[in-house]
Write a protein that binds this ligand. Sequence first.
Ligand code: ADP
Ligand code: MG
Length: 407
Amino acid sequence: NEKGVFYALDLGGTNFRILRVHLKGEGGGLAAQEFTEVSIPPNLMVGTSDELFGYIVEEVLKFVAQEGEDFHPAVGRKRELGFTFSFPVMQTSIASGTLIRWTKGFNVEDTVGQDVVVKLNAAMERKGLDMCNQRQVNDTVGTLAGGRYTNKDVVASVILGTGTNAAYVECVQAIPKWHGPLPKSGEMVVNTEWGNFQTSHLPLTEYDHALDAESINPGEQIFEKIISGMYLGEIVRRVLCRLAEEASFFGGSVPPKLKVPFILQTPDMSVMHHDMSPDLKLVGNKLKDVLDISNSSLKVRKVVIEVCNIVATRGARLAAAGLFGILKKIGRDTVKTGEQQRSVIAMDGGLFEHYTEFRKSLENTLCELLGSEVSEHIVIEHANDGSGIGAALLAASHSKYCQADES
Ligand code: ADP
Ligand code: MG
């Protein structure tokens, strides 16, 4: 029921977002929101903690400087910041969490094992950014919180963006790991970190093994590496490269650009996959612009689409299987007699939002697994900016820590 203006910082991929959210209070929801998106220079993704957090804080300073008058905090209040940090964290409270490992191409070694809130606060102090920052959450939990704020039927959240993860609401009794005090609601959020899921039952191809071995985090985040936006285009590139090497797919020699890791990105793959033109002109253009392959034949273009289709469909079906597993765990996979509860899944991430064929395949697979009767009661809701707004809401719900006189 807090009202006022809250900031959120969302760091979880190659871009980070800074949001300004106006809460009306008393369940009145969100009045206004503004955001900016900034890309992180690649060298900072593998540099030092001080450089990375320093850069982020400088961008926040710029964004705060553009704050309109109606967004100014009340007298005696500091600006408050919720921090969405979407990497695996050992979280001991809402105000602290130590980084377990980086994912999604980041590798800032001196942050591992450190408290990321402390790191951010230190950078804020160094750069003279006077904000109260005591809350840290990841995108997945933030999306769940943000989704539930407006809709009590939200039972789980899934992120399909640069990386992937899911969280859900569980009965405390069903969490044997938990030995702390029991929450009044009897419920607790479980952050699955499913991106790191791995089992011998999950078949991997030689392309997956090679991608993993050459990655910044070999052996980790295997589920993420076959599902999420950071990797799908790269898998397609590896398959096309092999076709070129072993079947002279693009003519006598292997196009040099096809050998460059991560040159073919998932949005490019998505454009090719959705090409409806009779001569597959968009595929031809992407091959030319991204890979320097000109004069591709229609037959070649068709095969390229088929490769995109196979890779995207596999990812989407696996994501659907993960989601089905969660619904099964919380007993939402069967039809109950009497009044059927609706189950809403808050979904966020650029991959799900923009890659239509991926989204359709995920939705169809979930229907297939649940059966049509149960499916009628399961809703996938696109929680745009769910993660950032969730962080702002969590900031608001803990804002009693942030009176100016206390800080
Ligand atoms: P994150 O918050 O994890 O950084 P986002 O939710 O912002 O990620 O999503 C960005 C990711 O979404 C990109 O890495 C890209 O893989 C994917 N993506 C963005 N646009 C498209 C598109 N048009 N088609 C397919 N994938 C896309
Ligand atoms: Mg995000």
